[in-house]
Design a protein around this ligand. Structure first.
Ligand SMILES: [Zn+2]
Length: 79
């Protein structure tokens, strides 16, 4: 079987489209994962409503504004 110019061009065009679709899916997955990770570290204080980030892995975080203890799981319900 001989490869004609038309076949080669079609192969390149469809191959490029397929590659773009694959890269788009990978990019969206990585972006969604990093956004979910970032949201997991954001808190809103239950007392003063100050929004802050805490990167510790403890179940209780301290508000930098008022010092109140906030539960990590409690904030996830509101997000
Ligand atoms: Zn606070």
């Amino acid at each position: 079987m001989e490869l004609t110019l038309t076949d080669f061009v079609l192969f390149v065009v469809f191959g490029s489209c397929f590659l773009v679709l694959i890269l788009t899916a990978v990019s969206r997955t990585l972006h969604a994962r990093s956004e979910a990770r970032s949201l997991a570290d954001r808190f809103i204080c239950r007392l003063c409503l100050h929004a802050y980030e805490d990167h510790s892995h403890g179940k209780i975080t301290r508000c930098p504004q008022c010092g109140a203890a906030n539960e990590r799981d409690r904030n996830r319900r509101f997000c």
